[in-house]
Design a protein around this ligand. Structure first.
Ligand code: SF4
Length: 893
């Protein structure tokens, strides 16, 4: 549609506002209540223009074809000045002290301190929250913060209260901010145009660097503001392709750890039982000498390495190359083994490639989302918020989860299946899709295989039996199947609640069955199957071949042609036998087959299951090298500790949960003599007499792209120029494939494969002795081993772990909020305070493993998925016993 703005003609899409048209024309129309990320409100009346002769607020006036708009003349300027003058007359003059959109507008209009006539001594300031403060006397009631919290974050923690000129924002019911439902995403402070809501004051930054968040696998684009080589603030990039100006409390605020006084700054060598500082020359000579001796005495397979899902792709590429080309073993694995290896195996078997099938953007058009085994608003908060946004738009939501998570509380149907019942439940839904005509028979005939075998398995599993296994009623199952079956654009999103089970791969396959039956994958309409990968670069660590059986780009170690490609490029033969998986490494360390373990950026002593066994393996192993940013639980036990850089100090790339390569850029220099993992690995290779053949991260990715057809078109230079790229990206001109399989599945037959998998009981079941099922997972404000977040004010928001217990179970034990209980499994015990909550079902309990004082993985079992060795973190049989005096619940303030 064409309209005239200030005498020129502009073309804007139908449905645009007059404000959009004026901006398209390059006119500078001021606004206060407007934010492009939010619905227009039209409350401040500052964006006045004349449209077809009438003075209107441009943000809420629809543009019409042929409209004539004028944006500036004396009358408009007078009106704007009057409106702004009335807005600020009740504000105190200190509103001018901090630069804001309001102060910029006042300067433009020539409104100085004399126009601010409000009386306020600042005594109403609420600074109860560690990251956000509210000065209600600076509020102009534009409602941007409220809309940000409602529309983008979906938390509804803020509201406008009062009448007329006394209207102002408040958090929760008007009490202290920290006691409200705020999840600390910081969106309100980012959008507030006056400084009424603000983040702690910092020094003025002199440099801003764009990078990718190093916490979870969402891959938010962040702007890191620095001064004098220190991070002063982090803000989300409004143009960020995944996060679109949004972030969570970790990415947005938890950066203080980077300058923590206890960062590792020098190598440490264990001498006479103690870790003592050493120079890099000493440490490298020591590492090379001992690795060289172990290799010559016991062979290369006596050495193993665990790569890091926190490190960059380039560093993961280097570590697997170091092990294969310099040490001469395939003993390299990464922590996807203990989280999403069932996704890689399950999705590859079903569809062909080891990643999710659809991009994040497809959630925006989904009219139905089936969310399974994911507490997305805590573990992947920006995706969780996007799902909330979809629900607010009208999308239907089915949640499969034993816990009543925030999203489960919002769902149309919550299938609260018992832990370990996923396969039965997904098979039950498959049966309902087929029985009720909700399956897409044309799609199945044209593009899928395996229907007969699946039907055979389903015949053996009547819904009554599913009900018995899962505890979910048939009517609820039917309601869920109907919502998924009848939706036009159904999407499946899932998390570790599907994979971290003794039959995790079967869980992924039977969940993928639903998308296949419905014809909702590999099509323009379908939302596919999207795994929420755990750590920031767990997808990339596997993509780069930090796996014992797979080379970069999922090429097989056992395939002669694949192996030859790497052998020729690297100039050394790649060993033909697959190496050890992480749990097998621990066994081999205890049995004396592995004499050296190289751990890059993983705290295996805290995060791997059955940690008593893991610690014993570390202690019994001749040489353990830990490359870390802090003296983690693993580093404390190691023989050599090499100080590494954090993600804020690195150059490279990550791959996020939807297979998107994203750039990581250094924002500050590493402390002391800490080095990037890239530099350390290059030095270790050189000390071993090898040459990794690449000098920079850009060269490493270039080499990987030459050898792995899936990434052939990806390079730092292209990512810098174009932004993120989905793989497969097979050439420099390939835009990358966000939505996969439109032209056929990547399986050998080109057809997607239904899986016929019967339900099998979990590895560990409750008994009279251990009657409670413990589920483990994450909390919003902390991350994984908590090494980073516990060194930031996030620790004020949650200073300690508590076990979530249903009030009925707590009453039976006679324990109140905060009372300590001893939790005992077949492997060990710990003491922790109780949190009474109906989010957890009776007979179940929930713990995270962010705090070393509560070593949750002392309890978890060695039971693991038969196909991938992914541990059964989600089902541990425990008993609880009240002990001692109450432990304070803690919390900020
Ligand atoms: Fe970082 Fe994940 Fe939070 Fe985004 S959602 S800011 S990637 S932790």
């Amino acid at each position: 549609m064409e309209i005239t703005v200030d005498g020129g003609t502009v073309s804007v899409p139908d449905g645009s506002s007059v404000l959009t048209a004026t901006r398209t024309a390059g006119a500078d129309v001021p606004t206060l209540c407007h934010d492009d990320r939010l619905s227009p409100a039209g409350v401040c009346r500052v964006c006045l223009v004349r449209a077809d002769g009438e003075l209107v607020a441009a943000c809420v006036t629809p543009a019409r074809a042929g409209m004539v708009v004028e944006t500036s003349d004396e009358e408009i300027a007078d009106h704007v000045r009057l409106v702004v003058g009335l807005t600020i007359e009740t504000l105190p003059a200190r509103a001018l002290e901090t630069p804001s959109e309001l102060t910029a507008l006042c300067a433009r209009l020539g409104l100085g301190a004399e126009s601010f006539a409000g009386a306020s001594d600042g005594s109403r300031l609420d600074d109860s929250h560690p990251y956000l403060s509210l000065d209600p006397d600076l509020c102009i009631a534009c409602g941007r913060c409220v809309r940000m919290c409602d529309e983008v974050q979906g938390t509804f923690a803020l509201s406008l209260v009062g009448r007329g000129a006394d209207t102002e924002v408040c958090a929760g019911d008007g009490g202290r901010w920290v006691d409200s439902a705020c999840v600390s995403c910081g969106g309100c402070a980012d959008t507030c145009p006056t400084g009424a809501i603000s983040t702690p004051p910092t020094a003025v930054a002199t440099r801003t660097t764009r990078t990718t968040c190093g916490y979870c696998g969402v891959g938010c684009t962040l702007d890191v503001h620095t001064r004098d080589d220190r991070v002063v603030a982090v803000t989300p990039d409004r143009g960020g392709e995944v996060n679109r100006g949004h972030a969570c409390v970790k990415g947005r605020f938890a950066h203080g750890y980077v300058h923590s006084a206890d960062r590792l700054t020098t190598p440490l060598l264990r001498r006479h039982g103690e870790l003592e500082p050493a120079s890099w020359d000493e440490a490298l000579a020591h590492v090379a000498g001992r690795l060289g001796r172990i290799r010559s005495e016991h062979g290369p397979d006596a050495i193993a390495a665990i790569s890091s899902a926190r490190a960059t792709n380039e560093e993961n590429y280097l570590l697997q190359k170091l092990m294969r080309a310099v040490v001469g073993t395939n003993n390299v694995d990464n922590c996807s083994r203990v989280c999403h290896s069932p996704s890689a195996v399950g999705l590859s078997a079903a569809f062909g490639l080891a990643g999710g099938t659809n991009p994040m953007e497809d959630l925006d058009r989904a009219d139905m989302i089936l969310l399974a085994g994911s507490n997305a608003t805590e573990a992947h908060p920006v995706v969780g918020a996007r799902i909330r946004q979809a629900v607010l738009r009208g999308a239907r939501l089915v949640v499969v989860d034993p816990r009543r998570t925030e999203l489960a509380a919002l769902a149309d149907v919550h299938l609260r299946g018992l832990p370990g019942s996923n396969v039965a439940l997904f098979n039950g839904l498959a049966r309902l899709l087929l029985e009720n005509g909700w399956a897409d028979l044309d799609f199945l005939a044209a593009r899928a295989s395996g229907l007969d075998d699946l039907q055979e398995v389903l015949t053996q599993l009547p819904l009554e039996r599913v009900e018995e296994i899962s505890g979910v009623s048939r009517s609820q199952m039917r309601a869920a199947a109907q919502l998924y079956g009848e939706a036009a654009h159904p999407a499946i999103v899932y998390g570790l609640g599907v994979t971290e089970h003794a039959h995790g791969t079967d869980g992924v396959r039977t969940l993928a069955n639903l998308a296949i039956l419905r014809g909702a994958v590999g099509t323009e309409d379908g939302g596919g199957v999207i795994p929420l990968r755990g750590q920031n670069n767990v997808q990339g660590a596997s993509d780069m071949g930090a796996l014992p059986d797979l080379l970069p780009g999922y090429q097989k170690v056992v395939d002669t042609a694949d192996r030859r490609r790497f052998s020729e490029a690297w100039g050394v033969p790649v060993p033909p036998r697959p190496g050890l998986r992480i749990p097998e490494m621990f066994e081999a360390m205890r049995s004396g087959r592995v004499h050296a373990l190289y751990v890059m950026g993983e705290d295996i002593a805290q995060t791997d299951p059955d940690s008593t066994h893991v610690r014993a393996a570390i202690e019994e192993c001749e040489l353990v090298i830990s490359q870390e940013i802090f003296l983690s639980e693993t580093a404390r036990l190691a023989d050599v500790v090499l100080p590494a850089a954090s993600f804020l100090e690195k150059d490279g790339t990550f791959v996020n949960f939807d297979r998107r390569f994203l750039r990581v850029r250094p924002t500050v220099t590493p402390p002391g003599s800490a080095r990037t993992d890239f530099d350390i690995l290059t030095s270790v290779a050189a000390a071993l007499g090898g040459d990794l053949g690449v000098r920079t991260p850009a060269e490493a990715l270039e080499e990987c792209a030459r050898l792995a057809p899936l990434f052939a078109g990806v390079s730092h230079e292209r990512l810098d120029r174009e932004g993120g790229l989905h793989w497969p990206c097979r050439s420099a001109r390939d835009p990358g494939e966000g939505r996969l399989y439109l032209d056929g599945f990547a399986t050998p037959s080109g057809r997607t494969q239904l899986a016929a998998r019967p339900w099998l009981p979990p590895g560990e079941e409750p008994s009279t002795e251990f009657p409670v099922v413990l589920i483990t997972g994450r909390r919003l404000v902390h991350y994984n081993a908590g090494t980073m977040t516990r060194r930031t004010p996030n620790a004020d928001l949650r200073p300690a772990e508590q076990i979530d217990l249903h009030p009925a179970d707590a009453d039976r034990l006679g324990v109140g909020e905060g009372d300590p209980v001893e939790v005992t499994s077949r492997r060990g015990s710990l003491v922790v305070g109780v949190h009474r909550t109906e989010a957890t079902s009776p007979g179940q309990a929930f713990l995270a493993f962010h705090f070393p004082e509560v070593p949750t993985n002392r309890l978890t079992s060695e039971a693991a998925d038969a196909q991938t060795a992914c541990p059964e973190y989600k089902v541990t049989a425990v008993r609880l016993r009240p002990v001692g005096p109450a432990i304070p619940a803690g919390g900020a303030g």
